[in-house]
Design a protein around this ligand. Structure first.
Ligand code: PLP
Length: 463
């Protein structure tokens, strides 16, 4: 096969996820060939700064030979065996033991999956099975949030709050409902403090509980920081109040840690950064730094006891505890731990990013709500900072901005009109400076473009 026009060849037969595949057929796609550290290289020889760690997952950065070696060795010894039928294997035993070391007190059990979506679906089945195991089968409703993201399976899509996803295929499924997200910038009332807004946003859960009845509700689920929704960082008052409500009304509290887990916030897990204790948390992505697919659902003692009382849980995946994925995940966690990567994000690069991110972007005319926590960063493109007026076609400006980054060999992502970054956790201060300098140049280009567009009133007319 000729490698000329590789990217166009690709799109003639490959249907891409979350893409307009008709448009891709004409445009073609970029062909990434190799990667090292925080950089990805394409087949035209461009060196691209990966400000997204792949898809929020390559926490230890690219090109770690240790992981390749572990995978090779595991494939040669035991490439596959299942964990269904009274069997196990050393790779998954060792991964479990490592997870028990790094997870907070009270978490002594794990269920393995192949991805974040599978972790979320597992959790949804698990919370319902838990309640029926302890004699409350009517507790079935699971509460998520608008603009939350929990994956792309039918369960995960339903629980997530992406309306554009619900529209395709008549979702959500039954017994999944949503409350509004804790987005201060967009939803606070006139001169409401951040703290007061956090409590008010959490109390939307109480409103929903009263509407449905606590005796019907199985769980509340949220990402500690909403990732794909645009790095929405809740006020510090939000999660403690959510926890209080869940305990008060006897509802399981679930954290979807698929992005926040494994160091992203400067803690092993995002709920530790926000001071709450979930009953269950779902993980994937950073568990293997994306080197191989694997997910894990961590379950606390209370829920485990209920599940154990319930007999067989009729659930599992062929690849639950896959030996090669497990071996690679274990090696990845060892690196994060032994090289002090999580601690470095907490003590050094996280705070440094916070300061530099603010300095870099706050001055731009169409940029507001500049925010970051650990190595999750975001800002919002707005038409008027004084009035907080957003652009009329949500996503249009975001995409335009993202395309400018991409053209300049910097990957940051647009979530609607939120621009976000989540670089590999091994990024250095120097690399942060360089990344932000490029981003600032791109923002200048963006500003000039928007000025011209607004002058022509083109944005308003497009609406
Ligand atoms: C990415 C993501 C998922 C889905 O993970 P997949 O591996 O893509 O299935 C679920 N929840 C959150 C919070 C995520 O960011």
């Amino acid at each position: 096969m000729s490698k000329k026009n590789y990217g166009k060849q690709d799109t003639q037969h490959h249907l891409h996820p979350f893409s307009d595949n008709a448009a891709l057929k004409n445009e073609g796609v970029r062909v990434m060939t190799h990667a090292k550290g925080i950089y990805v290289y394409d087949d035209e020889g461009n060196k691209i700064t990966d400000g997204m760690a792949g898809l929020w997952c390559v926490n230890i950065g690219y090109g770690r030979k240790e992981l390749a070696n572990v995978a090779k060795k595991q494939m040669e010894t035991l490439p596959f065996y299942n964990t269904f039928f009274k069997t196990t294997h050393p790779a998954v035993i060792e991964l479990t033991s490592k997870l028990m070391e790094i997870t907070p007190e009270g978490f002594n059990h794990v269920f393995y999956t192949g991805s974040g979506s599978e972790s979320v679906d597992t959790m949804m089945r698990m919370v319902r099975h838990y309640w029926s195991s302890i004699g409350k089968p009517e507790k079935k409703v699971i509460i998520g949030r608008w603009n939350g993201y929990h994956g792309s399976t039918i369960g995960g899509t339903s629980l997530g709050g992406m309306k554009s996803m619900h529209e395709q295929g008549g979702l959500p499924i039954a017994n999944v409902v949503h409350i509004e997200q804790p987005w201060y910038y967009g939803l606070a009332q006139n001169d409401e403090s951040v703290e007061a807004f956090g409590i008010r946003a959490a109390n939307w859960l109480e409103d929903k509980i009263k509407e449905i009845g606590a005796d019907k509700i199985a769980a509340f689920v949220g990402e500690p920081i909403q990732g794909a929704g645009g790095v929405i960082i809740p006020p510090k008052t939000y999660w403690p109040r959510i926890q209080e409500l869940c305990r008060q009304y006897d509802i399981l509290l679930v954290a979807d840690e698929v992005i926040c887990g494994y160091g992203r916030t400067g803690h092993w897990f995002g709920h530790e950064a926000f001071g709450f204790q979930p009953d269950i948390f779902t993980t994937a992505k950073g568990l293997s730094s994306g080197y191989l697919p694997i997910g894990a659902v961590l379950v606390n003692d209370k829920v485990t006891d209920g599940l154990l009382a319930g007999g067989e849980f009729n659930h599992g995946f062929t690849y639950s505890g896959h030996p090669v994925s497990a071996a690679v995940a274990k090696a990845n966690l060892d690196i994060l731990d032994e090289e002090g990567v999580v601690k470095k994000v907490h003590d050094k690069t996280g705070p440094y990013m916070k300061q530099r991110w603010k300095e870099t972007f706050s001055g731009f005319k169409y940029v507001d709500d500049v925010r970051s926590e650990g190595l999750m960063c975001g800002f919002t493109l707005v038409k008027d900072k004084n009035t907080r007026e957003l652009f009329p076609n949500p996503g249009e400006m975001g995409l335009m901005c993202r395309d400018i980054f991409f053209k300049n060999n910097l990957i940051m992502r647009a979530c609607g009109d939120h621009i976000v970054a989540a670089p590999p956790l091994i990024i250095t201060k120097k690399e942060i400076d360089k990344m932000l300098a490029t981003a600032a140049e791109c923002l200048r280009e963006f500003e000039i473009k928007v000025d011209a567009l607004l002058a022509k009133n083109a944005v308003v007319e497009a609406e």
